[in-house]
Write a protein that binds this ligand. Structure first.
Ligand SMILES: [Zn+2]
Length: 228
């Protein structure tokens, strides 16, 4: 705000709390320095706020810089709009996609978002490369949609609850469990070897023989206890 805009509002504070006298120039400038980057409307609102709420006390006869700033912050905070809540989706509905929750994208095990095979996923894929301000956006999206294979409908299957990643079938889920157990087994062996050697080694890849052995062992134990 300009000095003039500042003065116009600040005079009101001086009228109310300084018996109409102007503050000494240096002190006034401190206020201007603190407030100059705010919108004049913010200062107007703050002065209105202070005029109604401020009680002069012994050690603060005139509203301090902190009081004015606090007024600006509390007004701004009160005017913030809450974010729009996500629309509620019925997970039991026929068009509810369990893989992407009708968002069009789902999190893969590589920790990367992938477009889904459902209708919403198709739409996301088609719209992905069309800039948002393109005047022919709708037509381009429609053309891209025509090129994509038809939707296979909402995806239903299994979701790994711990990491939130998607696995289509029980078989796939089983394979993932075995692979995880194998990884843990290799880690345990390395740790044991290091402890036996009594030295801390850099963790490297295990030898092929050892890996194969661990795979068969992990398969065995996977049959009776699946931790996930
Ligand atoms: Zn989907």
């Amino acid at each position: 705000m300009t000095h003039q805009e500042f003065s116009r509002e600040f005079i009101r504070l001086e009228v109310l709390f300084n018996e109409g006298r102007t503050l000494e120039a240096a002190r006034r400038n401190e206020y201007y320095d603190a407030l100059r980057y705010y919108d004049p409307a913010d200062l107007t609102a703050a002065v209105n706020f202070i005029a109604r709420r401020f009680h002069p006390v012994y050690n603060e006869r005139f509203p301090s810089i902190a009081t004015v700033m606090e007024a600006i912050f509390s007004i701004k905070e009160a005017s913030l709009q809450p974010f729009d809540a996500e629309p509620e989706i019925d997970p039991g509905a026929l068009d509810f996609c369990q893989r992407c929750h009708n968002r069009g994208f789902y999190l893969g095990e590589d920790d990367v978002a992938h477009p889904c095979a459902c209708e919403k996923g198709r739409l996301c894929r088609a719209a992905w490369s069309v800039p948002i301000h393109d005047p022919d956006r709708q037509a381009k999206i429609q053309a891209a949609l025509d090129r994509l294979p038809p939707s296979s409908g909402p995806v239903r299957g299994l979701q790994e609850k711990v990491k939130g990643v998607w696995q289509d079938t029980d078989d796939e889920h089983g394979r993932k469990c075995v692979a995880l157990q194998l990884r843990y087994e290799l880690m345990r062996r390395r740790r044991k070897r290091q402890e036996e050697a009594g030295a801390i080694e850099q963790v490297g890849d295990a030898g092929t023989d050892e890996a194969l052995e661990a795979i068969s062992e992990a398969r065995h134990s996977a049959d009776d206890d699946v931790p996930f």
